[in-house]
Design a protein around this ligand. Structure first.
Ligand code: SF4
Length: 519
């Protein structure tokens, strides 16, 4: 059994980019993206400064998270260990880009599909070496069978000490570096320094100059380093994914909270429980699906998630859970339309279970995004459930003024909203204050003190937590009839604020998770 891998000899690499160019020519790689590239870092303090190179590309991991998360088997392993891809079935969901801890994948702007180094599988098949190996003027790239002790790459590995990128991710990479500087392989070592343009003039605070503010780092024995040349890797998931999290929470929460009302004996509110709740659930489930499809770069291939499912992917599992939830919501709505209370009572429990699944599966999907440590938290599942409860109660409170509801129903909804937002606040506080990896700390810093602090504090906390908490507490403590005009309006405002705030929190969470460099 062959197990192909790469060894890059950074002791002899001269940073000439011949490998990058040969790869571009071999695979017709468009401008702005790369299957392989040379990263430069600078290290030290002026005048004692050195430049280091590292050649970046797919690691052809033995335990490849990109294969696990791909919903349509567009990424797969060949029998020789190469991780290859099939353009014709890629739906452009970009989940592999978040799963890969090495920034190895990019979205081809011409095809709308994910591409990466595939070890020049077509050349290997014909007995040739990958084009980067052939073109390298200093023989710094070695490719071969890692399991054959007589192969040149295995001999090199046996003779020399090597390192891999991000070994803590457990992906068992098959790209080994000889003589690479640690800071060149670990992007967090350079993340604290502002990246600069190569050959650009130094600025105050520039790590190649003595900088007062960075003395503590030098004292801690950390050599200052900064990235001066690399390839850009924009965040794959943006606002549509944040919005999808919100619409999904509303959809799931609407029936989760309505099921609570049914259990509470409030089923007599036919128009509200039997119609408004399932209509909300279905409308926002449809919006969730629309956002998911709109975020695909190959939206017309969406059906492949159902027709060619890769069952280990939580994108597939989630799509089926969402579809089953939609079916139960239709039954609930039919029960309401036909005034068949027993149908609503019958589906209430399965609907609640599927609603919890709909709200919670994203925790596992985000957990499969091995490249984003912020999303790996075990608290994400309880957080998503609390968000669904709050969003469900909030959306029902927004439509409540349209119905002549019993005071007890509105009171139940207000308590549920209050419980939901308090739970969100507690779980989010535990999540963001627990000490994680350096990656997590950088992401939390981006979320709470960096680029996304406004979304987090003003929208997520201010509008999304404080406003509904205060409004619900005031209504529950001081108002005798929460169904009265002004009180109902305040309850609806609290509901609206919860939903707006939820978007702020999710958007900060989604973007900050992708803000930490992986390469
Ligand atoms: Fe390559 Fe990244 Fe997949 Fe590993 S996870 S095989 S580095 S694309």
């Amino acid at each position: 059994m062959t197990r192909l891998g790469f060894l890059i000899d950074q002791d002899t690499c001269i940073g000439c980019h011949a490998c990058t160019v040969a790869c571009k020519a071999e695979h017709d790689v468009p401008l702005g993206v790369n299957r392989t590239w040379v990263k430069y870092i600078e290290k030290g303090s002026f005048p004692d400064v050195r430049r280091f190179y590292s050649v970046m590309r797919c690691n052809h991991c033995d335990d490849a998270p990109c294969i696990t998360i791909c919903p349509t088997t567009a990424l797969f392993r060949l029998s020789n260990g190469i991780v290859d891809f099939d353009d014709s079935v890629c739906i452009g969901c970009k989940s592999c880009m978040n799963a890969c801890p090495y920034d190895a994948l990019y979205l081809n702007p011409e095809t709308g599909t994910a591409h990466k180094c595939n070890f020049c599988a077509h050349r290997v098949e014909s007995g040739l070496e990958p084009s980067c190996v052939v073109v390298c003027p200093t023989r710094s790239i070695w490719a071969g069978d890692l399991d054959d002790p007589a192969s040149p790459i295995a001999v090199m590995l046996a003779r020399h000490g090597t390192a891999v990128r991000a070994p803590e991710q457990g992906t068992r990479p098959k790209l080994f570096y000889k003589g690479a500087d640690e800071a060149a392989l670990d992007p967090l070592r350079t993340a604290i320094a502002p990246d600069g343009m190569i050959w650009a003039d130094t600025r105050p605070g520039h790590p190649t100059r003595p900088a007062a503010g960075r003395d503590h780092e030098r004292d801690a024995g950390q050599d200052l380093a900064r990235t001066v040349y690399t390839t850009e890797h924009p965040a794959p998931w943006k606002g549509k994914v944040s919005a999808y999290l919100v619409t999904k929470a509303i959809s799931a929460g609407a029936l989760l909270v309505a099921a609570l009302l049914v259990l509470n004996g409030d089923i007599a509110e036919r128009g509200f429980v039997g119609l408004a709740a399932p209509v909300l659930a279905l409308a926002f489930a449809a919006l969730t699906g629309a956002l998911l499809i709109a975020d695909l770069r190959q939206p017309r291939r969406f059906a492949l998630v159902f027709l060619r499912p890769q069952w280990r992917s939580w994108l597939v599992r989630g799509a089926f859970v969402l579809a089953a939830y939609g079916a139960v919501a239709v039954l609930w709505l039919l029960g309401g339309l036909l005034d068949q209370e027993w149908v609503v009572q019958l589906v209430a429990l399965p609907a609640a279970v599927l609603a919890a699944g709909t709200a919670g599966y994203t925790a596992y999907l985000f957990g499969q995004c091995e490249g984003r440590d912020l999303w790996q938290t075990p608290l994400l599942l309880p957080l998503l459930l609390a968000q669904a409860v709050a969003a469900g109660a909030a959306s029902l409170l927004v439509v409540a003024p349209l119905f002549d509801l019993d005071e007890s129903v509105v009171t139940t909804l207000l308590w549920t909203l209050l419980g939901g937002v308090v739970a969100i606040a507690l779980v989010a506080f535990c999540e963001l204050s627990s000490r994680g990896s350096a990656h997590v700390e950088l992401a939390v810093a981006a979320m709470t003190r960096g680029r996304y602090w406004r979304r987090f504090w003003l929208l997520g906390v201010g509008v999304g937590l404080v406003v509904p908490m205060v409004a619900a507490a005031v209504l529950l403590a001081a108002v005798h009839d929460p169904t009265g005009g002004a009180a109902a309006a305040l309850a609806a405002i609290a509901g609206l604020a919860t939903v707006i705030g939820l978007f702020g929190y999710e958007d900060a969470f989604v973007r900050a998770g992708q803000a930490v460099p992986l390469s």
